[in-house]
Ligand binder design. Structure first.
Ligand SMILES: [Zn+2]
Length: 581
């Protein structure tokens, strides 16, 4: 069946869908029309907004509709996408509610012009509030569809009560476009307001190309992308019965079947590198499933946790997670607007996502800033207008072999100069070592007996309580004197062990205690190091899970890539074999 064939839906399906119909704002209208355009294969979508008259126009270059389909497009419960109840569970197309145009006809003046891609003539049809075609005329237009919506909500009995102000509506529309553009990076977008250009988004191979257009001060190089094929779960039975369907999911829905075991799907990830960008609010922790941004508090939590202790205090990561997965894993019935989902096999997906983020944060050769050369190739391909192969555009890394890093020298007893095949880095010795020790402590927080005990005085009740929380053993030893009988393994033989324990008693959670312990134990800046000592720090550091930033969120290394050096020294000026080239 081709997408432009529209048939009435069976009544049972109608009822299932009708409840979820929500058109409550200009942004909702835009979303519905744009999703229809995407389902029609559009690669160019232009949106014109007239907030004063509550008008929205969406023009696309998709497949278009012929006269017959156009006549039916806004009748009740028509959709070209769903035929049976069962199909609802296999939905991958976006405008699956099929109801949008009918609802819009009820709420506004609706007119559509369309010409099928292979057709020779275009038609303009206007509809009444029942969605019936009332006026038809032939028009000369390019293949595609233009939907005109005017006087939105003007026909409602309660008028426009309870709606947002035009300015708020505009912001919401813009936000909606941002979200959809992220999920459909291949589309060119143009948004106009009263003939003024509000927003244009150029297409790219992946969301990584779109994000810098939406996020000020974020550049292509600040982002890392990853596409991972999700491995099948453990053999049937174990994962299904234990991890299972989330408890809160409504009853009566299908659980994933064994056939999905073979190919659960893909995770597409674009993250802001934590040493380069982060935000004041978690507004760029975004999750999408199969082309649609969704709310999934559980997955958002997973993302935030995966960035734990890589960012400065009270800062949030930039992360766009797109799950391209079998629809059987997704339960849309969390919210009538279909904006929130439950994921079946949640724990399994959480583990996959955490693994993918860890992989993206690591220092593998593929994860390093893309070289000048590679970028030029990409640009050539883009300029030539060729279809970009996703595998080329993605710095995919099934290969997790780590980077070669060689200690060359120490500068100011603080920075290790490290050479690697693509250039060199300056690594701050203290925080690189701190990162190593912190991750060791996270993996293994061990308290050992202190023999003899450390004697402390003048501890407050709060301090004693805090030491108790950290499970450090403390006993009264006299008037205002206490004996501390255990301490973190890393500290127990240090000369400043007692100071360290006092520091730990001053507050914070276990993670904070681990950071404090790592910081105290890590090699100080200003300490001269031998080459083998430096090499040892580098070797341990490059294996850490989050090597880019210290547990306080400071960047650990400054990179001077060969490509950047060549550009700086204008090496391309030299022709022939002079100047040592
Ligand atoms: Zn430190």
């Amino acid at each position: 069946m081709i997408a432009s064939e529209i048939e009435p839906l069976p009544a049972e399906v109608v009822h299932l869908i009708a409840a979820s119909e929500v058109i409550d704002s200009m942004a909702a209208v835009v979303r519905e029309l744009v999703e229809n355009a995407l389902d029609a294969g559009a690669t160019r979508i232009a949106i014109a907004l007239e907030p004063e008259t509550w008008g929205v126009t969406v023009a696309d270059n998709g497949w278009g509709m012929d006269r017959d389909n156009l006549r039916q497009a806004a009748t009740a419960h028509s959709t070209s996408k769903i035929h049976h109840c069962d199909d609802l569970w296999k939905i991958t197309s976006l405008g699956f509610r099929g109801e949008a145009l009918h609802s819009i006809a009820q709420l506004a003046e609706l007119e559509i012009c369309s010409r099928p891609a292979l057709g020779t003539e275009g038609w303009r049809i206007s509809y009444n509030a029942l969605g019936e075609a009332v006026q038809e005329e032939r028009v000369a237009i390019a293949p595609g569809t233009i939907v005109y919506v005017d006087n939105l909500f003007g026909t409602r009995a309660i008028g426009r009560q309870g709606l947002l102000s035009p300015a708020q509506e505009l912001r919401q529309v813009q936000n909606t476009i941002h979200q959809i553009a992220l999920c459909h990076p291949q589309v060119t977008w143009q948004v106009k307001q009263s003939e003024r250009c509000l927003l244009t988004i150029s297409p790219g191979a992946t969301a990584k190309a779109v994000m810098p257009q939406l996020l000020r001060n974020v550049h292509w190089h600040d982002l890392q992308q990853l596409l991972v094929e999700v491995p099948p779960r453990c053999p049937r039975g174990s994962a299904l019965s234990s991890g299972g369907v989330p408890e809160r999911a409504p009853r009566g829905h299908r659980t994933p079947e064994s056939e999905t075991e073979e190919n659960p799907g893909k995770i597409q990830l674009v993250i802001g590198l934590p040493d380069r960008c982060h935000r004041r609010r978690p507004d760029w922790v975004k999750v999408a499933t199969n082309g649609r941004i969704v709310k999934s508090p559980e997955l958002e939590q997973t993302i935030l946790a995966a960035f734990g202790r890589t960012l400065p205090r009270d800062r949030y990561p930039v992360c766009f997670l797109h799950l391209l997965i079998s629809p059987k894993f997704i339960d849309w019935n969390r919210h009538p607007a279909k904006t929130q989902i439950y994921l079946h096999e949640l724990e399994y997906w959480q583990a996959q996502i955490q693994g993918a983020i860890e992989q993206a944060l690591r220092l593998t050769p593929d994860n390093l800033p893309v070289g000048f050369h590679q970028e030029r190739v990409r640009k050539l391909i883009a300029d030539s207008g060729a279809e970009i192969d996703y595998s080329l555009a993605t710095e995919n890394l099934s290969d997790t072999s780590l980077l070669e890093l060689r200690a060359i020298a120490q500068v100011r007893n603080t920075y290790i100069v490290a050479e690697h095949p693509g250039g060199m880095w300056l690594v701050e010795q203290h925080i690189a070592h701190e990162r190593v020790l912190y991750e060791k402590l996270r993996d293994r927080w061990l308290l050992v007996d202190l023999e003899p005990p450390v004697i402390l005085s003048q501890l407050t009740a709060a301090q004693l309580e805090q030491l108790g929380r950290l499970e450090i053993e403390v006993e009264p030893f006299g008037e205002q004197i206490w004996a501390v009988r255990s301490a973190p393994e890393m500290l127990h033989q240090r000369e400043d062990c007692s100071e360290a324990i006092v520091e730990l008693s001053l507050g914070g959670d276990l993670q904070a205690a681990q950071v404090a312990t790592a910081c105290r134990s890590a090699i100080r800046n200003g300490t001269p190091l031998t080459l083998p000592e430096m090499q040892s720090i580098l070797d341990q550091w490059k294996c850490t899970r989050n090597p880019r930033t210290c547990p306080h969120g400071r960047p650990i290394y400054l990179s001077l890539e060969e490509t950047a050096l060549a550009r700086f020294f204008r090496r391309h000026w030299v022709i022939g074999k002079s100047h040592g080239i």
